[in-house]
Write a protein that binds this ligand. Sequence first.
Ligand SMILES: *[C@@H]1O[C@H](CO)[C@@H](O)[C@H](O)[C@H]1NC(C)=O
Length: 452
Amino acid sequence: MSSSTFVLAATVAAGLFASTATAAFNAAASNNVAMYWGQGNAQIPLSQVCNDASIDIVNIAFVNQFPLKVGDYPSTNFANACGDATFTKPDGTKSGLLSSCPSIGPGIKECQANGKKVLLSIGGGYPINYTLPSPAVAEYFAEFLWGAFGPSTAAWVNAGKPRPFGDASVDGFDLDIEALINPAPFPDYLFANYDKFVARLKNGLFPSGPGPYYISAAPQCNVPDVRLASAISKSHFDFIFTQFYNTPECSTRAGYNGLSTATTTFTFTKWVDWLKANSLNKNVKLYLGMPAGVDGAPNDTPATLTPTEANALLKFYKNKHADIFGGAMLWEATVSAKNTKCQKGYSSWIKDILLGKFTNEVCPSSSSTIASSTSSRISSTSSSASATPTATKPTPDGTCGGTTGYTCIGYVLGECCSQWGYCGSTTDHCGPFIDCPKLNKQPVIVGVKLCV
Ligand SMILES: *[C@@H]1O[C@H](CO)[C@@H](O)[C@H](O)[C@H]1NC(C)=O
């Protein structure tokens, strides 16, 4: 949809329009949904996320290994969206920077065409041994990410430097810093130099592109966050996507239970107070981060709220902190798409809640159910058709991908095949059960991965 069409429609009925079609992104809004995508062996296509009107920000996860010295390439992991191939560094050695992720570049453009912002997330939960050892490495890392994933420039491309997503350009970067290394590689490794990294991007590099560009962080719910407090205090963050899960005392469940008590261990208000006192950006927006279903926080299943519970929690804190409340963050896209009620994914319930349109969880009557299921079938067919990737290394029997789920064919050839047709031999492609040799077992082909 063109932006001129949007302007016309928006003047007619902005609120009504937002849930059904493309809306322009508003960084200052209090009803945004930020969604992670890119981890887990059975990720839905990015294109499906891009065609979901309930999502405003897509965090592509993760750049999971950082440069140790100036000149290093970082490593990436986007699960089954990529093949195994990686870029070779100028010194001729292999990097861990994936070079074959054919759906991500087009996906970024599709998301942006649909009014969403796409951020590239650095860090994550595996492995957790990344650091920024010096200001020089931090600034080099910022420059590398900008060159590789920001606006494509002739200078960068002509120098033979990598563009993992082609000429697609992200709208900024997200810091999901969860490092923990024992023994500590240097005393302040948990938080050192992230402020330098952010400042180089925000002040030095972002102004050179068309923008706007954004920086976000996804801290844990304890206040202050040991890894990100320093960077948030010293450099400019636009959005804070606090993870109110996996730490039960300050989780969404504690928040929901606390709604009916005088005191609560839920820390949303503490986060607000801390940001107001400490954030360098006084207009920073705080998002309430939640699991998008029990598979999003399998070690903290009570943190997954029903839509009715989420409505009570989000409404309360949106009203209480209207000046700083930015919306909800959800981990993550595939969990959300599978966690449906009345044929609506979890993010659609959350978006309706943030728009003040939630009434109850009762599914519509059968006639409207049929109508909505027909239209969702049509749209899912067309979105999966446009998303169907080409296998980077088609397996000889031609059954790579397809409709049967994980097809463990090709294992004898050293490859597995993800649901969406990407071949590789990592657990991201093969899932956790495919390491047959380790288990001293043989793989079999039954349409799902199995060892016997
Ligand atoms: C971090 O851990 C990964 C996975 O075990 C390993 O491949 C990598 O070399 C480690 N990086 C550092 C900097 O220690």
